[in-house]
Design a protein around this ligand. Structure first.
Ligand code: FES
Ligand SMILES: [Fe+2]
Length: 359
């Protein structure tokens, strides 16, 4: 696999080569190096709100394909566990719901909701049994914004990765966010997952691709901030457009912020609006196939109007241009491009992180 590197000085740098998006080897390497070692969105905390609730799921289907189960035990502790029976490998929990324990439907091995081995029929006389290897393996997980994030092998703590967002937004009623069903849907894009992220990470295209959004924000004041594991784009509201009421004393006080668009490596987009959060999770399904999980959460009691129609219109405009780029990067004549230092810092940041993580 050819080594890729991104020049740290954006004025000298070139983008990742087109081969990065075309090459199945890079895609394969991304599975462990990028997706297994960073934080993935799993589900809402609501899925295991009460003691006794279990929630089986597959982590990043089609890429990591790791069978896991979230549980909430009778002591009020929550767990994320391997959902693979330590006997012969059957999946243990099959359905979300309430359970007193996890029992495997193949030969009856039982586990407590904290994952420890409980019982197994017909194992009398088995030596050196049970041991720790007979428990279900615990997996790292974190809760934030009423959401659950999971990592198989985290290279950085969730706290460290999300700190810039937590510090900046601690004045918002984040613990009142709740799912809005009609803003929750999956989009399927015929393009490499990183092309979708590239497009998200710059507002450069807004005047060209998003006429309605462009009319709502003051494009001259669009701003970028880069952090170690995430970055931020700030849209400033045009006259008469909705914006945050930032409290006095906050560094953003006095700015009419239309939205905080945060992205966290590799594939999480947290778009904070005055009414709540639009979460976009970019999940590769193949070299040229990506699923975007769109989920909408609203603050309790907000008087701000959600504008789901405009979010959908923007999404469809983005998909069209990303699919057009997917066709372009397959060309014999496109190899790599350069960055706008004013407008493409976020893309440069992403490419630098991709190169650093893969090599
Ligand atoms: S595989 Fe689970 S009890 Fe045999
Ligand atoms: Fe866009």
């Amino acid at each position: 696999m050819k080594k890729l590197a991104i020049q740290p000085d954006i004025k000298k740098a070139a983008t990742l080569p087109a081969s990065f998006y075309r090459n199945a080897e890079f895609f394969e390497a991304s599975k462990e190096k990028i997706f297994a070692s960073h934080w993935n969105f799993a589900t809402e905390s609501q899925s295991i709100a009460e003691p006794g609730q279990v929630y089986p799921f597959t982590l990043l289907e089609g890429v990591l394909d790791e069978p896991l189960v979230l549980t909430h035990d009778q002591n009020g502790q929550k767990h994320c566990l391997s959902n693979v029976c330590t006997h012969r490998g059957n999946l243990v929990a099959m359905q979300p719901g309430k359970a007193r324990m996890l029992s495997c439907g193949y030969h009856g091995r039982c586990f407590r909701l904290d994952g420890t081995f409980k019982s197994m029929p017909a194992f009398e006389g088995v030596e050196d049994f049970p041991t720790a290897a007979d428990h279900l393996t615990p997996v790292s997980f974190e809760e934030w914004l009423g959401l659950i994030f999971v990592s198989l092998n985290p290279v950085a703590s969730f706290e460290e990765m999300t700190r810039p967002m937590r510090d900046r937004l601690n004045w918002l009623p984040l613990n009142t966010l709740h799912l809005v069903e009609e803003g929750t849907t999956d989009y399927h894009v015929n393009a490499h997952w990183a092309l979708y992220c590239d497009n998200f990470l710059e507002g450069f295209h807004i005047p060209f691709v998003h006429p309605a959004l462009n009319a709502a924000i003051d494009f001259g004041q669009y701003a970028y901030e880069i952090f170690p594991h995430c970055n931020l784009q700030i849209g400033i509201a045009d006259e008469g457009q909705p914006h945050f009421e930032v409290p006095e004393g906050h560094p953003d006080f006095g700015r009419k912020i239309y939205a905080y668009y945060y992205w966290m490596f590799p594939n999480l987009m947290f778009n904070f609006y005055p009414w709540g959060l639009s979460l976009n999770v970019v999940e590769p399904q193949g070299l040229q196939k990506t699923r975007i999980r769109f989920r909408t959460y609203q603050y309790k009691g907000t008087t701000h109007q959600r504008s789901l129609n405009s979010l959908e219109a923007t999404e469809l405009e983005d998909e069209a241009v990303v699919e057009s780029v997917q066709r372009g990067i397959r060309s014999r004549y496109y190899h790599s491009g350069r960055f706008s230092p004013a407008m493409e810092q976020g893309v440069h940041h992403f490419h630098s992180l991709l190169a650093k993580t893969l090599f």
